[in-house]
Design a protein around this ligand. Structure first.
Ligand code: FES
Length: 622
């Protein structure tokens, strides 16, 4: 097949691609962080590029929607709508490049009994004259058996190699790191260094890692970074499609995330004066696609019916097999997953929320572009997943963007004057958030806007604008009969345009919230309850939504206001708990086995409940 060269000239990047590859895919392959909130569907209009010496072979309708004739003549196009059939030279303007999501790495301190999977034992070998012909390992094993009462210690190949480097006449005092199944994962010279563990939460958008001191039951460092796979697609489906199109990208995506985690390991160990070799245990959570990509498993089956994961049960994987920069004998504990769309991250939240100890019925709503729902108590539970659509992360929203600097994250509308006040996400190091000019609106801001439009009576219960309301901020969209509301006029915004929320934006939120509510209601029917005792909002988006906004728009089923909580990175909390106390690993496996998955998509029952859930509540129970 013919190969063409695409040159992203203002970024100095070149990539060879096959005929027919989309320009958006070419940008991803070249490592260009091109915005693509709708993942190449031609809807969001964010992937604008200028193609030099463009041969006009006609342009698709979406291009007409986002460009005026003069721009089209100059060569402006949506990258996702261009199929490459010649060499191209392309400029990617700043506005089309991803500014990076705001990464939150905070964690909740939870009291956990210390019971690590790996323990350290000190070994003083006798002088070589007393060896009586035995090998070094046999002497170590004898000490482990007699002094530490182990029945059958076994040595791993990596520990054996390290031991061979210590063999000689005068063996120094040693320390052995032994896992609960009595496998010796490392023997090294006794050092005055901490025994460390690493908990990792692989999110679709960001990675968070925590360095724990396994001797003293405390977190020493936490760090996070944008998931480098983001440039290959904003959500899991676009990454799965990329691998379907180009199978060789699987190894590339796996390596990109492993390198990012290795970078976090170096940063954190350096910050506390430790060494990656001190990390002897690792736990990992993530949604099912992130889980598969981390392990290098082909995720294609997750993207098509009947949506089967390659493996659901928890696994211990040798760190050296993946190239993780920790002690080469360490094992990586991969949490189990429920299904293709209810992943290890949700099991992590269940661990953190201590389902196993409580009789009350808790509902976890883990909200991102996919909604993962779990309802249960200590003796029964149900789970499901629903597609919420990309609106929650700012995609398919006219002025939507990721939670990045410049995004409106919260706002209020005065019901009398319709004046708008908003807070804007600052750049790192910037403090004031109400003086920065907004350039768009992120997921939590969109919810806030819809809730405020409802409270001010600008939109009605069915989501339509109330046309009887007259105000300078309420108007018809240019070239359309549909209505919109101006959040920031151009003189207050960081764009050369008014920032608005339009009828289609409200509809997108309505669709997402109704899918979540309907999913929760069906789980409640299965459990035979009218309402949950508690609701936990979690996940990339759920953690940051304002609870009052969630109630106002009817995102959550009825529940006492004081019993609805937004938790921080609860999936990461679960990973940390399983790091400090390995009993939680058994509990995670039991959750996976005992939780009933309720399939919803395409069922008549779900459609019925979904239609009813579309309406916004008339009176919110605040
Ligand atoms: S319009 Fe091209 S990625 Fe959205």
């Amino acid at each position: 097949m013919s190969k063409y060269q695409v040159h992203f000239s203002n970024l100095g990047l070149k990539v060879p691609v096959e005929k027919g590859t989309s320009l958006l895919t070419a940008a991803w392959l070249a490592g260009v962080n091109l915005r693509s909130e709708c993942n190449g569907k031609g809807i969001c209009g964010k992937c604008r590029v200028l193609i030099h010496e463009f041969k006009d072979t006609g342009h698709k309708s979406s291009n007409h929607k986002f460009f005026v004739e003069e721009e089209l003549r100059q060569g402006w196009r949506l990258a996702c709508e261009i199929e490459i059939d010649c060499d191209l030279k392309v400029t990617v303007p700043k506005a089309s490049r991803d500014m990076g999501a705001v990464i939150r790495k905070s964690y909740t301190h939870r009291e956990i009994e210390l019971k690590p999977f790996v323990r350290r034992f000190y070994l003083d070998l006798p002088p070589f004259e007393a060896h009586h012909g035995t090998g070094m390992w046999e002497q170590c094993a004898a000490i482990l058996r007699h002094k530490y009462k182990m029945e059958e210690p076994v040595i791993s190949p990596t520990a054996m190699i390290r031991l061979s480097n210590l063999a000689g006449r005068n063996v120094p005092p040693l320390e052995a790191f032994v896992s609960q199944n009595q496998q010796v994962i490392c023997i090294r010279r006794k050092k005055d260094r901490p025994m460390l563990g690493l908990a990792v939460d692989i999110g679709t958008t960001s990675l968070a890692a925590y360095l724990g001191d396994l001797d003293n039951n405390r977190i020493l460092a936490a760090d996070s970074v944008l998931n480098p796979q983001v440039v290959y697609g904003g959500d899991v489906l676009s990454r799965i499609s990329l691998i379907q199109e180009r199978p060789e990208m699987l190894a590339f995506l796996q390596q990109s995330v492993l390198q990012a985690v290795n970078g976090l390991i170096v940063n954190m160990t350096e910050s506390v004066g430790a060494n990656p070799d001190d990390i002897v245990d690792v736990t990992v959570v993530g949604n099912t696609t992130m889980h598969h990509l981390f392990l290098g498993l082909n995720p294609e089956a997750l993207g098509k019916y009947p949506f089967i994961p390659t493996i659901k049960t928890a696994q211990y994987v040798r760190s050296s097999l993946l190239g993780l920069n920790v002690n080469p004998g360490a094992h990586i504990y991969m949490f189990p997953v429920f299904s293709a769309y209810v992943g290890a991250d949700t099991i992590g939240v269940r661990i953190a929320e201590q389902f196993h100890e409580q009789e009350i019925m808790k509902l976890i709503m883990d909200i991102g572009t996919n909604g993962e729902l779990v309802l249960g108590s200590n003796n029964r539970s149900f789970c499901t997943s629903v597609a919420t659509g990309p609106a929650f992360e700012g995609a398919q929203i006219k002025f939507g963007m990721r939670a990045a600097p410049g995004a409106i994250e919260k706002l209020s509308i005065d019901p009398k004057t319709l004046d708008v006040e908003y807070t804007v996400i600052p750049s790192p190091g910037e403090k004031e958030t109400n003086t920065r000019r907004p350039v768009g609106i992120c997921g939590s801001g969109i919810f806030s806007a819809v809730a405020e439009l409802l409270k001010a009576g600008i939109i009605m219960e069915n989501g339509a604008f109330d046309k009887s309301k007259k105000h300078a901020r309420i108007r018809q969209e240019k070239g359309s009969k549909k209505y919109e509301f101006v959040l920031a006029f151009s003189e207050q915004s960081g764009l050369d345009a008014d920032i608005t929320i339009c009828q289609d934006d409200v509809r997108a939120v309505q669709l997402g919230k109704s899918a979540l509510l309907a999913g929760a209601q069906i789980l409640m029917q299965h459990a035979g309850i009218e309402e949950p005792d508690e609701i936990i909002l979690a996940g990339a988006f759920g953690s940051y939504i304002d609870i009052d906004d969630a109630i106002t728009i009817g995102l959550v089923p009825h529940c006492p206001r004081g019993k609805i909580y937004a938790v921080g990175n609860a999936a990461g909390d679960g990973a940390r708990m399983a790091l400090f106390n390995w009993d939680f690993r058994e509990k995670a496996q039991r959750f996976e086995e005992e939780t009933e998955f309720i399939a919803l998509s395409g069922t008549d029952k779900f459609q019925d409940v979904l239609v009813k859930a579309m309406k916004f509540p008339r009176y919110a129970y605040l």
